[in-house]
Design a protein around this ligand. Structure first.
Ligand SMILES: NC(=O)c1ccc[n+]([C@@H]2O[C@H](COP(=O)([O-])OP(=O)(O)OC[C@H]3O[C@@H](n4cnc5c(N)ncnc54)[C@H](O)[C@@H]3O)[C@@H](O)[C@H]2O)c1
Length: 337
């Protein structure tokens, strides 16, 4: 079956393309390269030893999107394309609402036109907001604290409404926790094009000598060592979760919602220690004030995905760090060749 992966040249989407290919399906990418590079698509081709079909299209352009869908006739869609920077979503919320929500509406419409009934959506743990309890399970109250998270929640609602309005539709909403790491080949990985907001890209910059030290935002949280705790998941495990979800969507109708995390939280200091082991480099750090909006800890209850479609992550933190570092060493400038 052909599977359209919107945002398939991005960090997560590119790993999803490989997982889809490994599972025997044919990935077809739609991406406007607003946060990615055509070099990624070429490298995916090297990895699967074939040309990966890719369309340089903005999902907000309904006409072009419909043309691609009519030509591809996908059996399913994995909708990863979207804007994802929380800070930017505060600065320009209208842009986030427009691109993320219009993009999702257009993808669902394009599916309807050609009769594609299965969609997997890249949602986020951000939809939960401040934890009322931990680990977050899928029943946790939904109260995102930023415009980015609200676009994800609105799209979840949109998909529920779309599902109810038609027959035999199936949708899987995947709430990602904190993906890090890279494909072990070092050919694809995360290539942020601005100042890193997330821990791992920041650590990689420090390890590579691009920044003098890592700023640790607060060490006075109610956590074992005082630093923030997050549920990091290897991007390859996350990608495998999409294939499991796809199988589920083929066998079921209706909407299923699943956390994709490991269920285990790691503190900033634990990640630094694991990275130092993996890279054999020291990561100098300085503790600075907490960042506005950060919470002490969050991690997933990932048992529903495991019980429902037999997916569970199996790459540990050392492996995540080793693969992230391998990608960085082989690509000091990301995809710029
Ligand atoms: N990385 C994370 O920590 C994380 C966590 C939770 C959820 N997510 C979600 O997962 C998805 C993928 O995230 P990622 O980390 O791979 O981000 P990314 O920016 O690397 O990938 C997104 C891809 O979508 C493309 N894109 C963006 N807007 C588009 C548009 N209008 N039309 C066509 N292509 C477009 C970009 O060029 C990019 O290749 C996003 O929807 C993001 O919100 C990511």
């Amino acid at each position: 079956m052909k599977v359209i992966i919107t945002g398939g040249a991005g960090y997560i989407g590119s790993h999803v393309c490989l997982a889809v290919h490994r599972s025997g399906h044919t990935p077809v990418i739609i991406d406007n390269f607003s946060n990615s590079s055509p070099a990624c698509v070429r490298r995916l081709g090297e990895l699967i030893d074939d040309v990966v079909e890719c369309h340089n299209v903005d999902v907000c352009d309904a006409g072009m999107l419909n043309d691609v869908f009519a030509a591809v006739l996908p059996g399913a869609v994995i909708h990863c394309a979207g804007l994802k920077a929380v800070g930017e979503s505060f600065a320009d919320p209208l842009h986030y609402y427009e691109k993320n929500i219009l993009g999702a509406v257009n993808v669902l419409r394009a599916m309807d036109v050609v009769g594609t009934s299965r969609v997997i959506f890249s949602s986020s743990a951000t939809v939960y907001g401040d934890p009322e309890y931990l680990p977050y399970d899928e029943q946790h109250r939904l109260a995102p604290e930023n415009p980015y998270g609200r676009t994800k929640l609105f799209i979840e609602h949109l998909i529920h409404d779309w599902d109810k309005a038609g027959k035999n539709r199936s949708a899987v909403l995947l709430r990602y926790f904190n993906p890090i790491g890279a494909h072990p080949s070092g050919l694809i990985g995360e290539d942020p094009n601005d100042f890193p907001n997330n821990l791992m890209p920041y650590i990689l910059d420090v390890a590579a000598g691009k920044r003098p030290d890592l700023k640790v935002f607060g060490d006075d949280y109610q956590t074992p060592d005082g630093t923030g705790v997050r549920d990091y998941i290897h991007v390859e495990d996350l990608a495998d979760g999409h294939v499991a979800a796809l199988g589920y969507a083929v066998r079921h109708t209706g909407v299923g919602t699943f956390n994709l995390g490991t269920g285990r939280g790691y503190s900033v200091l634990e990640v630094i220690a694991a990275f130092e082991r993996a890279s054999n480099r020291q990561i100098p750090y300085e503790v600075v004030a907490r960042r506005a909006g950060d919470i002490a800890e969050f991690f997933a209850d990932a048992s529903k995905a495991s019980e429902t479609f037999g997916w569970s992550p199996n790459r540990d933190l050392d492996r995540m760090c080793a693969d992230a570092w391998n990608w960085r060493v082989k690509n000091p400038n990301g995809y710029s060749e």
